[in-house]
Design a protein around this ligand. Structure first.
Ligand code: 4AD
Ligand code: MG
Length: 477
């Protein structure tokens, strides 16, 4: 059996003189004669050459930006530069209705903000279609990498009764009538009467459940949607994003950092080797965007250059304590240009991370051994009693792409940490029991999928690398 051909198939196996039928959306229509057609399967367009004399006038009027057409004709070698073949059209039809004057998109420069308001159509644009092909390719490469390295794909729940990060930024899931919820005798909402018999939320991370997998299958990973109700209106935060979380038994923090670096480089290499056309387009696009910026705000390297640079250099690895010392010796610190304080015990802010990556080292940096009080309860306490075996991978232009740690495998220490941080033990007994019965040292991390796609595509806003972005005040479509 052979499937119907895409434009990518047609172009890859083109034979001059062959008769083919193609269908897609019009990217451009010049001189009533040349149609640039694209069906989404590739960044490459096929030029259709029509004879306006032979075309019905009504039909001609309907052919315009993003109209959907199907055409039959003969493939011939193209005299035009930049394309090998073109189609000499014998028959063409417009599929679907097409009141061109009412279509909201125009064949001119449109801002990303404008396109976001038209999410139903924006994937047809050259930029967004390249981004989404790349997003697909990275997703595929993620599964491939783990498969090759004996990690099993574990589907962890989306509705959960536990708060993995303990940050409390969760979306409640309930079937109770919010206008008139059942109440207990003392007037509080009676969650016992809710669907699950206790409060539940959308998950912020699949890690805790993934740990059960690691302590049974050895190496597992999750790749699913996660939800955070944090009011962060930044170009790097979404309320709904996809996270990849590997978890491996017998891994310590160094193994975890090695995994993170090897994994990220594999993914970047895969993109460079398999999405050349899309990356070339995005590289040029970014170059143009950069030209409109002030000189001091421009990126030091182009997109392809950055990706290759990251591949060729080892990530810098430093401790949190060292990072603080470097930051305190920095120019912006001394001149009072950082907005947030730099002090041992305080979390690193985006401005500090960017200085380390972009100014100090000029390459990805892994910061490890953070103070225990600014990190989650499950991270393994270091021998100094003050820091935990945590690590964050910081990327140029993006900041944190990965957050991970070696997990506390010692029952007593974990229990003590949970108490200190007011984590209710009854609900988490299953998690503690993982340490009691057949426990092992283990480690893992979480990679924010959209931040990765952002880095590889060079898009400046995370909202443009997910089809239907969710952020404060926005859940349309
Ligand atoms: O650092 P985070 O919060 O780590 C965890 O959730 C751990 N349970 C992971 C683990 O060890 N298994 O989140 C991991 C990554 C961040 O580094 C960032 O890339 C991304 O998830 N991320 C977000 N991406 C988009 N929008 C947000 N609001 C994000 N919050 C975190
Ligand atoms: Mg983090």
């Amino acid at each position: 059996m052979s499937l119907k051909k895409t434009l990518a198939d047609v172009l890859a196996k083109a034979v001059p003189g062959e008769e083919v039928t193609v269908a897609g959306w019009v990217r451009a229509f010049r001189n009533q004669r040349f149609i640039a057609l694209n069906d989404g399967s590739t960044a490459e367009n096929l030029q259709l050459v029509v004879d306006p004399e032979k075309l019905d006038e009504n039909l001609l009027k309907q052919i315009g930006f993003h109209a959907c057409v199907r055409a039959r004709g003969k493939l011939v070698e193209s005299p035009a530069a930049g394309q090998k073949y073109e189609l000499q059209v014998e028959e063409v039809e417009v599929l679907g209705d097409n009141p061109l004057s009412e279509y909201p998109l125009q064949p001119k420069r449109m801002t990303m903000e404008f396109l976001r308001e038209h999410a139903a159509f924006r994937l047809r644009t050259q930029t967004l279609s390249s981004v989404f092909r790349l997003r697909h390719g990275l997703g595929y490469a993620i599964h491939r990498y783990f498969h090759e390295n004996h990690f099993y794909y574990l589907h962890t729940p989306i509705i959960t009764g536990s708060d993995a990060e303990g940050a409390g930024e969760m979306f409640r899931v309930t079937t109770l009538d919010l206008n008139d919820p059942p109440r207990t005798e003392d007037g509080a909402v009676d969650w016992k009467q809710d669907f699950f018999g206790h409060p539940t939320n959308l998950t912020v991370s699949g890690q805790l459940q993934a740990e059960t997998g690691a302590l049974a299958l050895g190496r597992v990973y999750t790749f699913g949607p996660t939800f955070r109700a944090e009011k962060s209106n930044t170009p790097r935060h979404l309320a709904e994003f996809w996270m990849i979380e590997p978890e491996a038994a017998f891994f310590d923090l160094k193994d975890d950092m090695d995994l993170a670096e090897d994994f990220l480089k594999y993914l970047i290499r895969y993109a460079l080797e398999n999405y050349e056309r899309d990356l070339n387009f995005l590289d040029k696009r970014l170059e143009q965007e950069e030209r409109n910026k002030k000189k001091e705000e421009r990126r030091p390297m182009g997109l392809l250059e950055t990706l290759n640079f990251v591949l060729e250099h080892p990530f810098e690895r430093i401790t949190y304590t060292e990072a603080i010392r470097l930051l305190q010796g920095s120019k912006p610190y001394k001149k009072g240009r950082f907005q947030f304080p730099v002090e041992w015990g305080k979390d690193l802010q985006a401005e500090h991370e960017r200085w380390l990556v972009e100014k100090k080292f000029g390459r990805p940096v892994i910061v490890c051994d953070y103070p225990k009080d600014i990190k989650a309860f499950y991270m393994r306490l270091n021998d100094d009693g003050k820091t935990v075996a945590a690590m964050d991978v910081l990327f140029p232009g993006i900041g944190e792409v990965i957050g991970g740690s070696q997990r506390e495998e010692r029952y007593d220490l974990l229990q003590q940490r949970m108490m200190e941080m007011n984590i209710p033990q009854e609900e988490m007994q299953w998690y503690l029991d993982l340490r009691k019965f057949g426990g092992a040292p283990h480690a893992g991390f979480g990679l924010g999928f959209e931040r990765l796609v952002q880095f590889v595509s060079g898009m400046s806003n995370i909202r443009d690398v997910i089809a239907f972005p969710r952020y404060p005040g926005h859940a349309e479509f």
